[in-house]
Design a protein around this ligand. Sequence first.
Ligand SMILES: Nc1ncnc2c1ncn2[C@@H]1O[C@H](COP(=O)(O)OP(=O)(O)OP(=O)(O)O)[C@@H](O)[C@H]1O
Ligand SMILES: [Mg+2]
Length: 627
Amino acid sequence: MASKTSRDVLGRGLGVLRQAIREQPRIFTIAVVGSVLFGGMIIVSARVVGTVIGEVALPAIERGEVGAGTLALAAAALFGISVLRVAGIFGRRLGAGYMQYRLQASYRRRVTRRYLELPLSWHHRNSTGTLLSNANSDVEAAWYPIAPLPFAVGTLVMLVGAIVSLFATDWALALVGLAVFPALFALNVVYSRRMAPRQARAQRLRAEVSGIAHESFDGALVVKTMGREAQETARFAGRAGELRDSLIAVGRLRGVFDPLLETLPSLGTLAVLVVGAFRLRQGAISVTELVSVAFLFTVLAFPVRAIGWVLAELPRSVAGWDRVRRVLDATGEMPYGQRVLDQTSSGPATLTFRDVHFSYPPAEAHQAGAQVLGEVGFTVPAGRTVALVGPTGAGKSTIASLAVRLVDPDSGTVAVDGVDVRELTAASLAGTVALVAQVPFVFDDTVRANIALDRSGIDDEAVWAALRLAEADGFVAALPDGLDTMVGERGTSLSGGQRQRLTLARALAGRPRLLVLDDATSAVDPRVEAAILAGLRPSTAQPGAPAASILVVAYRRATIALADEVIYVEQGRVIARGTHSELLATVPGYVDLVTAYEQAEAERAQESAYGDEVAPLPSGLEIEVDR
Ligand SMILES: Nc1ncnc2c1ncn2[C@@H]1O[C@H](COP(=O)(O)OP(=O)(O)OP(=O)(O)O)[C@@H](O)[C@H]1O
Ligand SMILES: [Mg+2]
């Protein structure tokens, strides 16, 4: 079983290498030529050293005199060989480096590009940590063996040359070579096989350690407020300890095999000297030849290790490659259509949901996905504002995602101006609809860049106009560098409500004809929220507002009251629709929800009036704290 899988790994590893060569054939050729030049020079240098010793040094010692010409010639030959060797190393190193880093860069690009093409459902199934390690360490691991590959290929050529050169010298010495070289090769193979599982374990632990670190830093707030520092540190220390042990296991194996790999060629040299002395006495070989062969054995040891390096990296490479391929081969991207909506009219768009059913893909492939939406049908007429109201988990965000085509329905249609959104081009869709998501996202960049997003035609004036509509111009103007202020992780931190208004301004700057607001102003105080919405509704719009139809997920009575129509959803179904007062009169669930929310807000307002030194914890959290 184990040997079957390691043979499997060897076969697949060679497949990965073939792929690399196919992608970078020219640079690979340069590196291999450099490596072969280096290997060839090793064989030639053995001959030259032998000749210098046999023809120059020995006679000089015997006769006590050296011809200056001979000496100069020997020196020149050795120098020439060194230059060629250096050139070979240079070509090999440069070529291998170029090849490795080019492949890495190219696959990083492909992987991240693929992330953006893959549908949201795919992203729901894969954690941020996995995506990061796919694009980083997995891509790197896949191309690790590229660095020693040209060296190893050159070495193989050199070994063949060495055997030929040995046979040309003497069959008895050639037999020593035939015994030592394969033994070296076999030892390398055993080494890498032993190493493979240890390396794989270390690689997995590395990912786990950084995953834990990522999570604890990300959740620093929870860790601190819940007093979990000690437990988190222990969790991290445990895994870090395992990583240390597994790296020590790698080191221990290296400690055993490295000396063996060094010793074997020395034993070869010894055997050459013993056999060679015997053959010399028989008169079968000359001193020159004996010295050449002995020298060859001493310089061969190092390049042969390159083969071992490649073999040792293959398991890790295959593991990384498999993880990279999983991303590149993932299917389910949403193909865009060819149709373009008429933008010239530029009036508000109509949104229609017709008998939409939707279920999220199951976490495990064998499970069935639970239906989240069923028979959802409604219309947001051009220029109207429709509020989407419902208890938590009812499917409001899912409806919002469908409206802007982050996901596609299982059945039924979502249409803008009567055209199925699946038939629209990406640009037409993006130019027509905009979503302000429930969780605002701010890029680590300037305010201007966060709003304009490099879209054409959005100058500073347009940015300010969008900020005004989002009631965000005031706080942005007060920022130290105005539009140039860095915000996000490394810049100025924004409050929750400021973030929401910034993302709203981002959506408005594109002048969408349909605006989908998913609880997008929940952190903004109610008066400002109502002002924003009133400023956007075509009937009460501020000058400069995009003429947009609005689908707004809302809770507050004041916000809902601004809508022309309310759609009430529960458990993925449209329960009722009508004006706010109609629903208040006829739908008990609606009354409960809106009243409960209002009470909660009133209580919150009262509490903050008493000062905020004792922030009440949401229920459920006290238990943890009391511990
Ligand atoms: N990525 C997902 N994968 C699987 N199920 C999901 C996913 N996102 C949401 N759901 C499920 O779909 C249902 C509807 O979720 P949705 O986010 O649309 O509710 P919501 O009405 O927006 O709730 P809230 O008011 O809390 O924002 C919930 O039962 C939720 O558990
Ligand atoms: Mg939601």
